[in-house]
Write a protein that binds this ligand. Structure first.
Ligand SMILES: *Cc1c(COP(=O)(O)O)cnc(C)c1O
Length: 357
Protein backbone atom coordinates (compact mmCIF):
# COMPACT_ATOMS: atom_id res chain seq x y z
CA UNK A 1 0.00 0.00 0.00
CA UNK A 2 1.25 3.50 -0.81
CA UNK A 3 1.88 5.36 2.44
CA UNK A 4 1.03 9.05 2.71
CA UNK A 5 3.33 10.62 5.28
CA UNK A 6 1.63 13.43 7.22
CA UNK A 7 3.94 13.15 10.24
CA UNK A 8 4.47 16.39 12.19
CA UNK A 9 8.17 15.93 12.81
CA UNK A 10 10.49 14.26 12.21
CA UNK A 11 8.68 14.13 8.95
CA UNK A 12 8.71 13.43 5.26
CA UNK A 13 11.90 14.14 3.33
CA UNK A 14 12.55 14.07 -0.41
CA UNK A 15 13.18 10.46 -1.43
CA UNK A 16 16.34 11.32 -3.35
CA UNK A 17 17.81 13.08 -0.32
CA UNK A 18 17.28 9.89 1.68
CA UNK A 19 18.79 7.72 -1.07
CA UNK A 20 21.86 9.92 -1.49
CA UNK A 21 22.35 9.98 2.27
CA UNK A 22 22.06 6.19 2.47
CA UNK A 23 24.78 5.93 -0.19
CA UNK A 24 27.04 8.32 1.72
CA UNK A 25 26.73 6.13 4.80
CA UNK A 26 28.16 3.27 2.76
CA UNK A 27 30.74 5.38 0.97
CA UNK A 28 31.20 9.13 0.61
CA UNK A 29 31.99 10.35 -2.91
CA UNK A 30 34.30 7.49 -3.87
CA UNK A 31 36.72 8.05 -0.97
CA UNK A 32 36.52 4.45 0.19
CA UNK A 33 35.14 5.40 3.59
CA UNK A 34 31.74 6.04 5.10
CA UNK A 35 30.67 9.58 5.87
CA UNK A 36 30.24 8.31 9.43
CA UNK A 37 33.88 7.34 9.93
CA UNK A 38 35.80 10.41 8.77
CA UNK A 39 36.86 13.51 10.63
CA UNK A 40 34.66 16.56 10.35
CA UNK A 41 37.89 18.43 9.63
CA UNK A 42 38.59 16.62 6.38
CA UNK A 43 38.12 18.51 3.13
CA UNK A 44 35.50 15.90 2.22
CA UNK A 45 33.23 16.92 5.05
CA UNK A 46 34.15 20.59 4.88
CA UNK A 47 32.78 20.59 1.35
CA UNK A 48 29.47 19.20 2.61
CA UNK A 49 29.30 21.77 5.39
CA UNK A 50 30.22 24.69 3.12
CA UNK A 51 27.72 23.66 0.47
CA UNK A 52 24.92 23.30 3.00
CA UNK A 53 25.69 26.77 4.30
CA UNK A 54 25.91 28.34 0.83
CA UNK A 55 22.73 26.65 -0.37
CA UNK A 56 20.73 27.87 2.60
CA UNK A 57 22.09 31.37 2.06
CA UNK A 58 21.13 31.26 -1.60
CA UNK A 59 17.68 29.72 -1.12
CA UNK A 60 16.60 32.12 1.63
CA UNK A 61 18.46 35.14 0.25
CA UNK A 62 20.41 35.60 3.48
CA UNK A 63 22.25 38.95 3.33
CA UNK A 64 25.97 39.31 4.13
CA UNK A 65 25.09 40.93 7.45
CA UNK A 66 23.85 37.54 8.69
CA UNK A 67 25.81 34.37 9.45
CA UNK A 68 24.52 30.81 9.23
CA UNK A 69 25.57 28.10 11.67
CA UNK A 70 24.53 24.50 12.23
CA UNK A 71 24.34 23.32 15.83
CA UNK A 72 23.14 20.40 17.90
CA UNK A 73 20.57 20.51 20.66
CA UNK A 74 17.39 21.20 18.73
CA UNK A 75 15.26 24.32 18.68
CA UNK A 76 14.65 23.80 22.39
CA UNK A 77 18.29 24.59 23.16
CA UNK A 78 17.84 27.90 21.35
CA UNK A 79 14.99 28.70 23.77
CA UNK A 80 17.69 29.41 26.37
CA UNK A 81 20.58 30.36 24.10
CA UNK A 82 18.58 33.30 22.72
CA UNK A 83 18.06 35.02 26.10
CA UNK A 84 21.56 33.97 27.17
CA UNK A 85 23.01 35.91 24.22
CA UNK A 86 20.54 38.79 23.97
CA UNK A 87 18.54 39.42 27.14
CA UNK A 88 20.08 42.30 29.06
CA UNK A 89 17.08 44.23 30.40
CA UNK A 90 13.82 42.91 29.03
CA UNK A 91 12.63 40.55 26.32
CA UNK A 92 9.24 40.43 24.64
CA UNK A 93 7.45 37.28 23.49
CA UNK A 94 4.33 36.65 21.46
CA UNK A 95 2.64 33.65 23.01
CA UNK A 96 1.14 31.61 20.21
CA UNK A 97 1.30 28.15 21.71
CA UNK A 98 3.28 25.38 23.31
CA UNK A 99 6.63 26.20 21.69
CA UNK A 100 6.34 29.91 22.43
CA UNK A 101 5.48 29.08 26.05
CA UNK A 102 8.54 26.89 26.38
CA UNK A 103 10.69 29.70 25.00
CA UNK A 104 9.14 32.16 27.48
CA UNK A 105 9.80 29.80 30.38
CA UNK A 106 13.51 29.70 29.57
CA UNK A 107 13.80 33.46 29.02
CA UNK A 108 12.44 34.09 32.52
CA UNK A 109 15.57 32.47 33.94
CA UNK A 110 17.69 35.23 32.41
CA UNK A 111 15.70 38.36 33.08
CA UNK A 112 12.52 40.32 32.73
CA UNK A 113 10.19 38.82 30.18
CA UNK A 114 7.03 40.41 28.87
CA UNK A 115 4.31 38.60 26.96
CA UNK A 116 3.47 41.34 24.46
CA UNK A 117 0.48 39.49 22.99
CA UNK A 118 -1.10 36.08 23.33
CA UNK A 119 -3.75 33.94 21.69
CA UNK A 120 -4.16 31.68 24.69
CA UNK A 121 -7.71 32.98 25.27
CA UNK A 122 -8.91 30.93 22.29
CA UNK A 123 -6.67 27.87 22.66
CA UNK A 124 -4.15 29.50 20.32
CA UNK A 125 -6.36 29.27 17.24
CA UNK A 126 -5.20 32.64 15.84
CA UNK A 127 -2.17 34.90 15.48
CA UNK A 128 -2.46 38.02 17.69
CA UNK A 129 -2.65 41.33 15.84
CA UNK A 130 -2.97 45.01 16.63
CA UNK A 131 -0.71 45.03 19.69
CA UNK A 132 1.93 47.62 20.46
CA UNK A 133 5.53 46.46 20.70
CA UNK A 134 7.36 48.27 23.54
CA UNK A 135 10.53 49.95 22.28
CA UNK A 136 12.55 49.14 25.40
CA UNK A 137 12.82 45.44 24.62
CA UNK A 138 16.13 43.78 23.81
CA UNK A 139 14.25 41.67 21.29
CA UNK A 140 10.82 40.39 20.34
CA UNK A 141 10.45 36.63 19.92
CA UNK A 142 7.85 35.08 17.64
CA UNK A 143 7.06 31.53 16.52
CA UNK A 144 6.22 31.88 12.84
CA UNK A 145 4.39 28.57 12.52
CA UNK A 146 2.63 26.91 15.40
CA UNK A 147 3.11 23.26 14.62
CA UNK A 148 0.62 22.03 17.21
CA UNK A 149 -2.22 24.53 16.72
CA UNK A 150 -1.90 25.01 12.96
CA UNK A 151 -1.56 28.79 12.85
CA UNK A 152 1.06 30.73 10.92
CA UNK A 153 2.31 34.25 10.23
CA UNK A 154 2.02 34.69 6.48
CA UNK A 155 4.18 37.81 6.34
CA UNK A 156 7.29 39.15 8.07
CA UNK A 157 6.04 41.52 10.76
CA UNK A 158 7.48 44.97 11.44
CA UNK A 159 9.17 45.41 14.77
CA UNK A 160 10.89 48.44 16.28
CA UNK A 161 13.14 46.09 18.24
CA UNK A 162 15.25 43.14 17.14
CA UNK A 163 13.07 40.34 15.90
CA UNK A 164 13.93 36.74 16.78
CA UNK A 165 11.94 33.95 15.14
CA UNK A 166 11.54 30.24 15.74
CA UNK A 167 10.91 29.03 12.17
CA UNK A 168 11.28 25.32 12.91
CA UNK A 169 8.20 24.24 11.04
CA UNK A 170 7.81 26.69 8.16
CA UNK A 171 11.39 27.40 7.13
CA UNK A 172 11.80 27.12 3.34
CA UNK A 173 8.05 27.10 2.74
CA UNK A 174 7.73 30.79 1.98
CA UNK A 175 10.07 33.62 0.99
CA UNK A 176 11.37 35.43 4.07
CA UNK A 177 12.90 38.89 4.28
CA UNK A 178 15.83 37.80 6.45
CA UNK A 179 17.01 41.40 6.84
CA UNK A 180 13.99 42.02 9.12
CA UNK A 181 15.27 39.51 11.68
CA UNK A 182 18.12 39.66 14.15
CA UNK A 183 17.94 35.90 14.38
CA UNK A 184 16.06 33.00 12.83
CA UNK A 185 16.44 29.48 14.15
CA UNK A 186 14.83 26.09 14.14
CA UNK A 187 15.21 22.35 14.38
CA UNK A 188 15.76 20.97 10.88
CA UNK A 189 13.51 17.96 11.36
CA UNK A 190 10.25 19.51 10.16
CA UNK A 191 11.03 20.88 6.74
CA UNK A 192 14.75 20.93 6.15
CA UNK A 193 16.37 17.69 7.22
CA UNK A 194 16.51 14.97 9.82
CA UNK A 195 16.52 15.36 13.60
CA UNK A 196 19.87 16.28 15.11
CA UNK A 197 20.77 19.57 13.47
CA UNK A 198 19.56 23.07 14.31
CA UNK A 199 19.98 26.03 11.97
CA UNK A 200 20.75 29.51 13.29
CA UNK A 201 20.80 32.57 11.05
CA UNK A 202 22.01 35.54 13.05
CA UNK A 203 22.95 39.14 12.30
CA UNK A 204 26.55 39.49 13.32
CA UNK A 205 26.35 43.00 14.75
CA UNK A 206 23.80 42.07 17.42
CA UNK A 207 26.20 39.66 19.12
CA UNK A 208 28.40 40.35 22.10
CA UNK A 209 26.14 42.98 23.65
CA UNK A 210 25.15 41.27 26.91
CA UNK A 211 27.19 41.80 30.05
CA UNK A 212 26.91 38.26 31.44
CA UNK A 213 29.71 35.81 30.73
CA UNK A 214 28.78 33.25 28.08
CA UNK A 215 29.91 29.62 28.16
CA UNK A 216 31.89 28.96 24.98
CA UNK A 217 29.30 26.65 23.48
CA UNK A 218 26.51 29.18 24.06
CA UNK A 219 28.31 32.10 22.45
CA UNK A 220 27.26 32.13 18.78
CA UNK A 221 30.45 33.99 17.88
CA UNK A 222 32.51 30.87 18.54
CA UNK A 223 30.43 28.81 16.16
CA UNK A 224 30.51 31.53 13.51
CA UNK A 225 34.30 31.94 13.78
CA UNK A 226 34.72 28.19 13.26
CA UNK A 227 32.15 27.66 10.48
CA UNK A 228 29.98 25.45 12.76
CA UNK A 229 33.06 23.40 13.68
CA UNK A 230 33.80 24.83 17.10
CA UNK A 231 33.16 21.30 18.29
CA UNK A 232 32.14 18.21 16.33
CA UNK A 233 29.03 19.18 14.40
CA UNK A 234 26.22 16.68 13.68
CA UNK A 235 27.88 15.50 10.48
CA UNK A 236 25.27 13.08 9.19
CA UNK A 237 22.27 15.38 9.75
CA UNK A 238 24.19 18.18 8.01
CA UNK A 239 24.80 15.88 5.05
CA UNK A 240 21.10 15.04 4.78
CA UNK A 241 20.22 18.71 5.16
CA UNK A 242 22.49 19.55 2.23
CA UNK A 243 20.75 16.90 0.13
CA UNK A 244 17.36 18.39 1.03
CA UNK A 245 18.57 21.88 0.10
CA UNK A 246 19.89 20.58 -3.23
CA UNK A 247 16.47 19.12 -3.88
CA UNK A 248 14.69 22.39 -2.98
CA UNK A 249 16.94 24.28 -5.37
CA UNK A 250 16.48 21.77 -8.19
CA UNK A 251 12.70 21.88 -7.78
CA UNK A 252 12.59 25.65 -8.17
CA UNK A 253 13.54 27.10 -4.79
CA UNK A 254 11.47 28.61 -2.02
CA UNK A 255 9.02 30.33 -4.39
CA UNK A 256 8.09 26.95 -5.86
CA UNK A 257 7.88 25.40 -2.37
CA UNK A 258 5.45 28.18 -1.48
CA UNK A 259 3.37 27.58 -4.60
CA UNK A 260 3.14 23.89 -3.75
CA UNK A 261 2.30 24.63 -0.12
CA UNK A 262 -0.60 26.81 -1.24
CA UNK A 263 -1.74 24.17 -3.69
CA UNK A 264 -1.78 21.45 -1.00
CA UNK A 265 -3.39 23.70 1.59
CA UNK A 266 -6.09 24.92 -0.80
CA UNK A 267 -6.99 21.33 -1.59
CA UNK A 268 -7.22 20.20 2.00
CA UNK A 269 -8.79 23.30 3.59
CA UNK A 270 -11.20 23.34 0.65
CA UNK A 271 -12.35 19.85 1.56
CA UNK A 272 -12.45 20.59 5.31
CA UNK A 273 -14.73 23.58 4.61
CA UNK A 274 -16.92 21.71 2.15
CA UNK A 275 -17.28 18.37 3.91
CA UNK A 276 -20.11 18.55 6.50
CA UNK A 277 -18.39 15.94 8.67
CA UNK A 278 -15.31 18.06 9.38
CA UNK A 279 -14.35 21.55 10.45
CA UNK A 280 -11.08 23.44 10.75
CA UNK A 281 -9.80 24.63 14.14
CA UNK A 282 -7.71 27.70 13.25
CA UNK A 283 -9.01 31.14 12.22
CA UNK A 284 -9.11 31.16 8.43
CA UNK A 285 -6.74 34.07 7.87
CA UNK A 286 -4.10 32.53 10.14
CA UNK A 287 -4.32 28.96 8.91
CA UNK A 288 -0.99 27.22 8.60
CA UNK A 289 0.07 25.95 5.18
CA UNK A 290 2.24 23.37 6.93
CA UNK A 291 0.13 21.86 9.73
CA UNK A 292 -3.51 21.56 8.82
CA UNK A 293 -5.66 20.93 11.89
CA UNK A 294 -9.27 19.80 11.79
CA UNK A 295 -11.82 17.99 13.93
CA UNK A 296 -15.13 16.22 13.42
CA UNK A 297 -17.94 18.71 12.91
CA UNK A 298 -20.73 19.19 15.46
CA UNK A 299 -22.91 16.11 15.59
CA UNK A 300 -20.17 13.85 14.26
CA UNK A 301 -17.72 14.05 17.18
CA UNK A 302 -18.04 10.40 18.12
CA UNK A 303 -16.79 9.33 14.69
CA UNK A 304 -13.24 10.60 15.29
CA UNK A 305 -11.64 7.26 16.26
CA UNK A 306 -13.44 5.58 13.38
CA UNK A 307 -12.14 8.10 10.85
CA UNK A 308 -8.60 7.63 12.14
CA UNK A 309 -8.86 3.87 11.54
CA UNK A 310 -10.53 4.45 8.18
CA UNK A 311 -7.73 6.76 7.07
CA UNK A 312 -5.03 4.48 8.42
CA UNK A 313 -6.43 1.58 6.40
CA UNK A 314 -5.98 3.76 3.30
CA UNK A 315 -2.33 4.55 3.97
CA UNK A 316 -2.63 7.86 5.85
CA UNK A 317 0.19 8.14 8.38
CA UNK A 318 0.49 10.61 11.24
CA UNK A 319 -2.85 12.39 10.99
CA UNK A 320 -3.86 12.06 14.66
CA UNK A 321 -4.08 15.57 16.09
CA UNK A 322 -1.95 16.70 19.01
CA UNK A 323 -3.68 15.92 22.29
CA UNK A 324 -3.98 19.67 23.09
CA UNK A 325 -6.14 20.25 20.01
CA UNK A 326 -7.62 16.82 19.41
CA UNK A 327 -8.97 15.63 16.10
CA UNK A 328 -6.59 15.50 13.21
CA UNK A 329 -3.48 17.21 11.95
CA UNK A 330 -2.15 16.69 8.45
CA UNK A 331 1.36 18.08 8.26
CA UNK A 332 2.06 19.04 4.67
CA UNK A 333 5.75 19.81 4.51
CA UNK A 334 7.75 20.60 1.37
CA UNK A 335 8.45 17.01 0.38
CA UNK A 336 4.79 15.94 0.53
CA UNK A 337 3.38 15.36 -2.95
CA UNK A 338 0.03 16.83 -3.92
CA UNK A 339 -1.12 13.26 -4.62
CA UNK A 340 -0.94 12.47 -0.89
CA UNK A 341 -3.27 15.36 -0.10
CA UNK A 342 -5.59 14.24 -2.88
CA UNK A 343 -5.60 10.77 -1.33
CA UNK A 344 -6.56 12.22 2.06
CA UNK A 345 -9.31 14.30 0.47
CA UNK A 346 -10.65 11.20 -1.31
CA UNK A 347 -10.58 9.38 2.00
CA UNK A 348 -12.60 12.17 3.67
CA UNK A 349 -15.14 12.05 0.84
CA UNK A 350 -15.46 8.30 1.07
CA UNK A 351 -15.99 8.60 4.82
CA UNK A 352 -18.62 11.28 4.24
CA UNK A 353 -20.52 9.07 1.79
CA UNK A 354 -20.56 6.24 4.34
CA UNK A 355 -21.47 8.29 7.41
CA UNK A 356 -23.39 11.44 6.46
CA UNK A 357 -26.56 11.79 8.49
C1 LIG B 1 9.29 20.96 16.87
C2 LIG B 1 9.40 22.36 17.27
C3 LIG B 1 10.27 22.79 18.28
C4 LIG B 1 11.12 21.83 19.06
O1 LIG B 1 12.21 21.41 18.33
P1 LIG B 1 13.31 20.46 18.97
O2 LIG B 1 14.31 20.39 17.86
O3 LIG B 1 12.66 19.15 19.27
O4 LIG B 1 13.85 21.09 20.19
C5 LIG B 1 10.33 24.13 18.56
N1 LIG B 1 9.57 25.02 17.91
C6 LIG B 1 8.71 24.65 16.94
C7 LIG B 1 7.89 25.68 16.24
C8 LIG B 1 8.59 23.31 16.59
O5 LIG B 1 7.74 22.94 15.64
Amino acid sequence: MKMHNFNAGPSILPREAIENSAKAILELDGIGLSLLEISHRTKDFEKVNDEANALLRELLGVPDTHKIIFLGGGASTQFYEVPYNFLENKAGYINTGVWAKKAIKEAKIFGQTEVVASSEDKNFNYIPKGYRIPTDLDYLHITTNNTIYGTEYHTDIDSPVMLVADMSSDILSRPVDVSKYGMIYGGAQKNMGPAGVTFVIVREDVLGKVSRPLPSMVDYRNHIANDSMFNTPPVFPIFVLREVLKWVKKEGGVAEMNRRAHERADLLYGEIDRNPLFKGTAEKEDRSLMNICFVMNDGYEELAPEFLEFAKARGMVGIKGHRLVGGFRASCYNALAKESVQALVACMQEFEAANKK
